[in-house]
Design a protein around this ligand. Structure first.
Ligand SMILES: [Ca+2]
Length: 466
């Protein structure tokens, strides 16, 4: 009896043990699914947070680069003062021109960047960057920075100023750029909209797009033709959903909306290599004068041909290509050192005189006779004041680099000299050195604006983060 009872109890315990096992197994399955889910979620959130952190780091690396680049440009007057004696030895009458410190931005800012940057700085200056304290970005990452001198380019916004002199100057430069005979085929066929846009039409359309009036621009370099009627409704006629803007371009990309600006035109005359902004020919930010020390060969030829359309340089393809190769060669030999100390110096050189003129003549470039030298002096400069800073912050990660790019444009026209703290008057003039500031008086809104504009690091007029 006892034995039977014992074996029944044993059987029940065995069944109960079996149920427990199943429940344990089930719990493990549920837990595994739950854990996998939790792990997946937290891994995604973690990766997202890392990505966010790296993007923020990269943006601040790029911001640092922009601020350092502005500081570098602001140091130029001091650099110029330091090299003045050397220029006096070469040319006792001339003044030292603006020194393109911005061309060396990657090397000069090296110690503030990563180890490779510090090395390239040491190689250039023979100064050991490791001796400095708290230099570098601290942590993983680096920046890449390029400064582009916007005054070395042809400013298509000059037409927006509205006066006839500005419009005529822009017409001259545009026709100087697109005029040479080797470009004829580009203006002889119809475009994608089945329209024929010749040189005159494109020049006219660029100016009419920005000028506030609705008069048809004659696009006449000699400024003798009268206005010839009203602007047409071209954009509506061919079914485009926009009108002529009648205001300045906000960005260079906006130029693509204008009649006749095809991909071909863009790649030849606007931005031949989008990866290298130094090769860009046009701008919407320049002060309106072209810096002949920093302009590329194509822009210089446009400038010369705008002022002397009958010069052999502009009518003969062989002469034009000789000029382009001479300028490119000289630029590469001088490593960006300024060739001309003033606008007059540049004009003299093209006439075959001065220090550089005879060299141009030996290299086969014939002397140029400008229509008006006084007018040329007004559109040529050797001082750049508008600069684009292209900065990229890079943070390495397991899945590849995180990159954030910033394009900033800084205007240095009203900037105070670094370290001198000279406030600038609202009209941009510098006050006399012995003028005493009014103490105990709050600045007026105009004064406040001029104080802000006087930032030695320039005034930011464009900012784009990508
Ligand atoms: Ca207009």
């Amino acid at each position: 009896m006892k034995m039977a009872q014992a074996s029944r109890a044993k059987g029940r315990r065995g069944r109960e043990r079996g149920v427990a096992l199943i429940m344990v197994l089930l719990s493990i399955v549920v837990l595994t699914v739950f854990l996998t889910e939790v792990q997946e979620q937290s891994a995604t959130a973690f990766a997202g947070a890392i990505g966010e952190r790296d993007r923020l780091r990269a943006e601040y690396h790029a911001r640092s680069a922009v601020n350092l680049a502005r500081l570098l440009i602001a140091t130029e007057p001091k650099v110029r003062k330091a090299v003045e004696p050397i220029f006096r030895m070469l040319n006792p009458k001339g003044k030292a021109p603006q020194i393109p410190v911005w061309e060396f931005v990657a090397e000069v800012l090296g110690p503030f960047n990563d180890a490779a940057g510090a090395e390239s700085f040491s190689a250039l200056t023979k100064i050991d960057a490791a001796a400095g304290e708290k230099l570098g970005l601290g942590g993983p990452g680096r920046f890449e920075v390029v400064i582009v001198d916007e005054d070395s380019k042809l400013n298509v916004n000059v037409g927006a100023r509205g006066d006839i002199i500005s419009r005529t100057r822009l017409a001259q430069q545009l026709l100087g750029l697109i005029g040479p005979a080797q470009y004829n085929p580009m203006f002889e066929a119809t475009d994608l909209d089945e329209q024929l846009s010749d040189r005159q039409t494109i020049c006219r359309e660029i100016i009419d797009w920005t000028d506030s009036d609705t008069n048809l621009e004659p696009c006449d370099p000699s400024a003798s033709a009268p206005a010839s009627g009203a602007e047409d409704n071209y954009y509506q006629t061919i079914g485009l959903p926009y009108f002529r803007k009648n205001a300045a371009f906000d960005s260079l990309d906006e130029l693509r909306l204008v009649r006749g600006i095809s991909d071909d035109f863009w790649a030849t005359f606007v931005d031949p290599d989008p990866r290298d902004p130094k090769k860009r020919v046009m701008t919407v930010w320049g002060q309106g004068k072209i810096n002949v020390n920093s302009a590329n060969a194509q822009t210089l030829l446009a400038l010369v041909c705008g002022g002397a359309p009958d010069a052999e340089l502009c009518t003969d393809v062989a002469q034009a290509s000789a000029f382009l190769s001479v300028v490119t060669l000289v630029r590469s030999m001088t490593a960006g050192a300024p060739l001309f100390s003033s606008a007059a110096d540049f004009i003299a050189a093209l006439k075959g005189k001065g220090l550089i003129g005879p060299h141009l003549a030996t290299l086969g470039v014939k002397p140029v006779k400008f229509r008006s030298e006084a007018e040329m002096k007004k559109i040529v400069t050797t001082e750049s004041k508008m600069f684009s800073i292209y900065a990229v912050g890079v943070v390495p990660g397991r899945g590849g680099d995180t990159r954030t790019s910033i394009h900033a444009v800084a205007d240095f026209r009203k900037s105070a000299v670094l370290g001198e703290g000279i406030p600038v008057e609202p009209d941009g003039k510098r006050p006399s050195p012995d003028a005493k500031p009014d103490e105990g008086r709050a600045p007026s809104p105009e004064e406040l604006v001029s104080i802000l504009a006087a930032d030695p690091g320039g005034k930011l007029v464009y900012w784009r983060v990508e």
